[in-house]
Design a binder for this molecule. Structure first.
Ligand code: GLN
Length: 235
């Protein structure tokens, strides 16, 4: 026993929101795998327990509701560290850098949001990408209808079926989608939002947070982080 309090004996319970490849998604056999999963597995190993993943809406994760109510020990959801979220969650050290990207169907490239006047742009509900686009539309008074989808799969489906002219999400998830669906979609523009992902624990769970940070630091030092990065993100 590591002495770190966990909500369920023998398990490190992780809240996430599927699908969010390459960070967390089901493989062909239905097992949840990905970059975040692999890193949290290192935390579970350090605690001598196994990781148990719970798929739940992103809203409950980022609002702190899931962790603070004891649904999960840790949140691993490609989640950007923000000041607002820091009020309700305690974040680990950053483990990944991300930016936002605008994806369009191949052959329908635009370079700027201004070129999308009169069109619909899709976002994923509750995400930093959605916040970014809404702010741009407001500040630049753009004639764009922002349409919110409940998860990444629904957003990607909307783009593939022309329900939106463009879709915004984190760059690494578009890169992954393009790898899996070659030729269909391109990243037309990037927005350098300078985001960093963090794992989160219930406010005040200093013991677990310390273990997460120690596991991350060890992985960066011993090459496991690089190995996991290469496996899930690429070179
Ligand atoms: N990084 C984005 C955010 O934190 C998207 C996360 C997600 O959809 N899982 O809002």
């Amino acid at each position: 026993d590591s002495g770190v309090p966990l909500i369920k004996a023998g398990a490190l319970t992780t809240c996430t929101h599927l699908p969010y490849a390459p960070f967390q998604a089901k493989d062909a056999s239905g097992k949840v795998v990905g970059f975040d999963v692999a890193l949290i597995d290192l935390v579970a190993t350090k605690l001598a327990v196994t990781q148990e993943i719970i798929d739940t809406p992103f809203e409950g994760i980022k609002s702190g509701a899931d962790l603070n109510s004891g649904k999960c020990d840790v949140a691993a959801a490609g989640m950007t560290i923000t000041d607002e979220r820091k009020k309700v969650l305690d974040f680990s050290d950053p483990y990944f850098d991300a930016t936002q990207a605008l994806a369009v169907q191949t052959g329908k490239e635009v370079k700027t949001l201004e070129e999308l006047a009169g069109k619909r742009v899709g976002t994923q509900g509750g995400t930093t990408g959605e916040d970014y686009i809404k702010k741009q539309v407001e500040e630049k008074k753009l004639d764009i209808e922002v349409v919110s989808y409940k998860d990444l799969a629904a957003l990607q489906q909307a783009l593939a079926t022309n329900q939106v002219a463009a879709a915004v999400n984190d760059l690494p998830v578009w890169n992954e989608y393009i790898k899996a669906n070659p030729g269909k979609v391109v990243v037309a523009a990037g927005f350098d939002t300078g985001e960093q992902y963090g794992f989160a624990v219930k406010k005040g769970n200093a013991e677990l947070l310390k273990t997460v940070n120690e596991a991350l630091a060890a992985a960066r030092a011993d090459g496991k982080y690089d190995e996991i990065y290469k496996t899930w993100i690429g070179e």
